[in-house]
Design a protein around this ligand. Sequence first.
Ligand SMILES: Cc1cc2nc3c(=O)[nH]c(=O)nc-3n(C[C@H](O)[C@H](O)[C@H](O)COP(=O)(O)OP(=O)(O)OC[C@H]3O[C@@H](n4cnc5c(N)ncnc54)[C@H](O)[C@@H]3O)c2cc1C
Length: 420
Amino acid sequence: MSAMDAFRQEVRQWLEQNCPPSLRTPMRDDEMVWGGSQVSFSSEDQRLWFECMRERGWFAPSWPKAVGGGGLSAAEEAVLEKEMMRIGARPPQINLGIWMLGPVVLEYGTPEQQLRLLGPMCRGEIRWCQGFSEPNAGSDLASIRTSAVDMGDHFLVNGAKIWTSYGDKSDWMYALVRTAPDAPKHEGISLLVLDMRSDGVTVAPIDLISGKSTFCEVFFDNVNVPKENLIGERNAGWAQAKKLLQHERSAMSKFGQFCLPTHFDLMAHIRDYLPLDGGASTNADIALHQRAIAAQMEEDAYSLTVQRMGEEARAGQNVSGTMAIMKLVHTEQEKNKFELLLDAMGFRALGMDMDGFPERERALTKAWLNSFTQTIAGGSSEVQLNVIAKRILGLPELKPAAPKPKQTPTAADINAGGQQ
Ligand SMILES: Cc1cc2nc3c(=O)[nH]c(=O)nc-3n(C[C@H](O)[C@H](O)[C@H](O)COP(=O)(O)OP(=O)(O)OC[C@H]3O[C@@H](n4cnc5c(N)ncnc54)[C@H](O)[C@@H]3O)c2cc1C
């Protein structure tokens, strides 16, 4: 037996013994376990699963053991992921620190920062939020204006962030700030981490159409951030931001595999709502079944592509650029699947918050609304298309044609009815 087969067997056995059957089920929104100082569990099984994965270092399986990770190779981590997916095991915790900031700290952070920041991530002690977007800087992220002025031993931070998911529940934020206001916009940005309980930080939740309130605005009013919280070089944060976004896209394309939105069986639902009945079925019903089959085939193709990319990455090929493609395809497929499902549900999809509709249907309608957000979060689909065109395909940028100078109509034009 090869070493990898032996490892697979060991992992399989360990998961069998330690992953409670109740957690081998699709993860629901309200049952996600977020790490951090306010960590909470909706069942004892969740707590046990959290603790035993943490003890193995499997919150961050491939990070070095010295910082609290599992010390696995990339190939071993892939085996662990596959074995967890095989039994439908939920991730033991959701932690933006581990998914997005941690890999950047591993690459750019000082040894001191790695110990200080990664250790608590690996123990699930800090809940992180992302402070990237600002009221005038979402897709055009490099236009951020939140300033961090060098005061000697600390930065003085002023400005505002928006769309900060779970800003009100997080312990720490990783934020892009402007440290050189006069430099070209990509060259004056830095990456800072800050404690959300610092004086001068105010968090205001924003209500959403889906009935949830996950978004916040975060305001900084003369916030002191110690110098040791600067990750990487000052003014060189744009490179780190791009890396971090790659990790975000990668996490987003995997995330769905564990959650309700992806985990529903589209074909089973379509058959439930629109059972095909020989002669009695309408052409519209048949067409909907055909669209569902096409969607299922696209999803299968996507899964196989993810698998292939994993193998290419393990073989040492650079697949980092393709994260934009995976993010785009996955989130658009999800949205498409929900639209199909809603078409099949008909009026049963109207009961988002109404009595008389079973919880399962209400959850599906809410998940449909949520599927739109995923095509925006982490960079919108249009922006992914730009990234693919420019960075992956190397296509030239098309500059919009200069507007034609407006001509003053002549008397002859006016007589002809103003047609120009
Ligand atoms: C569910 C969710 C969670 C989020 N969580 C966070 C978070 O935790 N932290 C955080 O910092 N941000 C977060 N965001 C914000 C997200 O990153 C931004 O919404 C996103 O980058 C788009 O920016 P914007 O909203 O300013 O839209 P805009 O940039 O104003 O874009 C509006 C529209 O114009 C299009 N557009 C813009 N520029 C171009 C272009 N050059 N070419 C073609 N089309 C273009 C966009 O695609 C979009 O359709 C979240 C968003 C969502 C939906």
